[in-house]
Write a protein that binds this ligand. Sequence first.
Ligand SMILES: Cc1ncc(COP(=O)(O)O)c(C=O)c1O
Ligand SMILES: N[C@@H](CCCC[NH3+])C(=O)O
Length: 437
Amino acid sequence: MSLPYNEQGHLLIGGIDAVSLTETYGTPLFVYDVERIRKNARAFVKTFEERGMKAQVAYASKAFSSVAILQVAKQENLSLDVVSQGELYTALKAGFPVEKIHLHGNNKSLEELEMAVEQEIGCIVVDNFYEIDLLAAILEEKGKEMDVLLRVTPGIEAHTHDYILTGQEDSKFGFDLSSGQADLAFQRISNSERIHLIGLHCHIGSQIFETSGFLMATKKLFASMDEWRGKYGFTAEVLNLGGGFGIRYTKEDDPLELDAYAHALINEVNEQAVEKNYPIPEIWIEPGRAIVGDAAVTLYSIGAIKEIPGVRKYISVDGGMTDNLRPALYHAKYEAAVANRMDAPVHEKVSVAGKCCESGDMLIWDVELPEVSHQDILAVMSTGAYGYSMSNNYNRFPRPAVVFVENGEHQLVIERENYEDLLRLDCSYIKGEESLT
Ligand SMILES: Cc1ncc(COP(=O)(O)O)c(C=O)c1O
Ligand SMILES: N[C@@H](CCCC[NH3+])C(=O)O
């Protein structure tokens, strides 16, 4: 890992001194290099354009949703995958074009569906029978219509952590293809004249490095589309192959270039279309991690250092599983550097602990770093996806601030939470003590 630094030995993020950012904004601090986000987005968009394919690259905003990132996604002509009313609300507040928003979710509520219908968003990815009935009733009541994709599970087990696998048949998401559930869903949708099925959707999992799973899924979906064309005279206009494109967190990871994933999908879609004499559908994809994952660094201050001679040295930082749940949830691995002494030689192996009252709150086990001391700044790399978005207030730690850097400038895009924020929703239980909150 070779990272840029200046003559003071300070890490540079998007050309800006990371240490000076911590002096301005405090720690823990998420810093996003916006140029990197744009580069990632363009790698996908350009590949489809160059190959002359009709496509939508929908940023999966669960990876990181905020007004600022959605403004950037809009500038880059991305579409948007939202998975809740909160993400949809954020998108609307960010001025994201409604017709490019797709709503996901395995248990969409009446209110979520109503908001999607009222706002006339581009598409709903239908996940279950209950939702089809709810949606049909809402559309009837409001006199509206809606394009939908049918989410199916193609029975693919991608090579990734069990908790981020989603394409296997035994999954809470979507309709499985082999037992006939997807067929029944198709028929149920056909009962409503207001729901327009425009195609199929699948998402086989996340942080996937090989194209084989995506290609197998494409083949399976084409087989179903071909069958339904014969059986029902239905031709899919859209094939949404989800997200899941892997990125590099540590040197153990060896992802493909982003355009290589897109090329592989395009080739398979073209091949299948020729083989089955099927009109080439529009390809939609939903990358989240691949757009923002490698664009951010989290900066922490190092506090307590505990050495158990001959066993391990723990260095504790002022964040942890409250701003990065991934190590605790998936045993995810990260690389780190000492941001204020990038020119110092590697000195020792240490383990980076968070400050939550949990033994499992370890950000990195066994990472080689220069000699560290209290108040050094630790930079943990590639924290842009599912870091801030899965952050929480466990132990009543306020959420960190988020800063964007671009063109040599930095800008606060999410303020640091304060203790007032933590108490904002608390109500007093004891009469007469309301003023405490
Ligand atoms: C339906 C769907 N689409 C897209 C994504 C984004 O995945 P990733 O961030 O791995 O690209 C997810 C999350 O795994 C998802 O569930
Ligand atoms: N949150 C997960 C992936 C998203 C799963 C969504 N289906 C991660 O951090 O890797």
